[in-house]
Ligand binder design. Structure first.
Ligand SMILES: Nc1ncnc2c1ncn2[C@@H]1O[C@H](COP(=O)(O)OP(=O)(O)OP(=O)(O)O)[C@@H](O)[C@H]1O
Ligand SMILES: [Mg+2]
Length: 289
């Protein structure tokens, strides 16, 4: 059993708040005294690097070709050689960007695009999906630098997603209060059940976080009640309200945890506190297992 608590923020649907939740749960755990490593497996435009204010640095490194190894390398065929060549600690160090929020980040990289196809060519299914787990087990765990690892996942199921699920074994899922999201969450449970029966990987949904909750509409209250009926204790203790400050903070490369108390509006404070409560509860759930 790994010493670090690992969790993947995942739902195979775009735009439900996965990246926002990964950043804020990480920031909350950091504020709570944990050492947190965030990993962006979502690719795209390196959302977490932007949200955590290190995107300029990352883009400069990419432009200067100072971007090897990167997150995609960890799942490539030559990771073992690379690590041996530069040294194990150094190899991991080169992947990690410290952030002002306090968490450390392994950002996404354009090479993730090609990696999915490369993984698809790996014949041995066990090897194909276990690469990121091996990276965490063999290279990250021994460093003893972090006690929580949070993976920001793509909003779809591909080979990289499976690597994330295999590595984390635990899933936290932000859900919007719509009817489509409700069936999506049910489907996620079915997908994880299939992973358990087909591959013997015990990937478990640990927490559903109602996100962008609007207290002014009855519809959201009704949806929340339906979620509570169906998912019971899987639901997070607190919903996260819709907060414009999340969007503006994100644009400025910050989380709500980086904003001084007296500059937070009511919804911003509520959203931040909800993430803090949910992060503490998530940590407990990961610990109890
Ligand atoms: N509680 C919230 N209040 C207001 N805006 C939010 C909240 N949560 C997320 N958002 C906004 O919603 C948008 C989508 O969020 P985010 O990028 O975290 O979703 P995602 O699931 O990671 O999307 P993708 O699947 O594209 O990676 C972003 O603009 C984000 O700032
Ligand atoms: Mg995202």
């Amino acid at each position: 059993m790994p010493k670090t608590r690992r969790v993947a923020v995942y739902l195979d649907k775009g735009g439900t708040g996965k990246t926002t939740s990964a950043a804020h749960l990480g920031a909350a755990l950091d504020a709570g005294g944990h050492d947190v490593l965030l990993v962006d497996l979502a690719g795209k435009q390196g959302d977490l690097a932007k949200e955590l204010g290190v995107d300029d640095q990352l883009q400069a490194d990419i432009a200067n070709e100072d971007d090897f190894p990167n997150v995609a390398t960890t799942m490539g065929n030559r990771w073992g050689d690379v690590a041996e060549m530069v040294g194990t600690d150094e190899a991991v160090d080169r992947l990690v960007y410290p952030t002002e929020t306090g968490v450390d980040l392994i950002p996404a990289h354009p090479d993730l695009d090609g990696l999915d196809a490369d993984l698809g060519n790996v014949d041995d299914v066990d090897d194909r999906y276990s690469r990121f787990r091996r990276f965490l087990d063999d290279y990250v765990e021994p460093l003893d630098r972090w006690d929580v690892v949070i993976l920001d996942m793509p909003g779809l199921a591909n080979n990289i997603t499976y690597n994330g699920l295999w590595a984390a074994q635990n899933v936290v899922t932000p859900v919007l209060m719509g009817s489509f999201e409700y069936s999506q969450a049910q489907r996620l449970q079915e997908d994880l059940e299939k992973i358990r029966s087909n591959y013997g990987e015990d990937v478990r949904l640990q927490m559903l976080i109602p996100n962008q909750f609007d207290r002014r509409t009855n519809l959201h209250a009704e949806k929340l009640a339906a979620f509570q009926d169906e998912f019971g204790e899987l639901l997070a203790p607190e919903y996260v309200v819709d907060s414009q400050q999340i969007r503006t903070a994100t644009e400025e490369g910050q989380t709500l945890f980086d904003i001084p108390d007296d500059e937070l509006l009511k919804t911003g404070t509520d959203a931040r506190d909800a993430f803090a409560t949910n992060a503490a509860e998530l940590y407990n759930r990961l610990t109890d297992d």
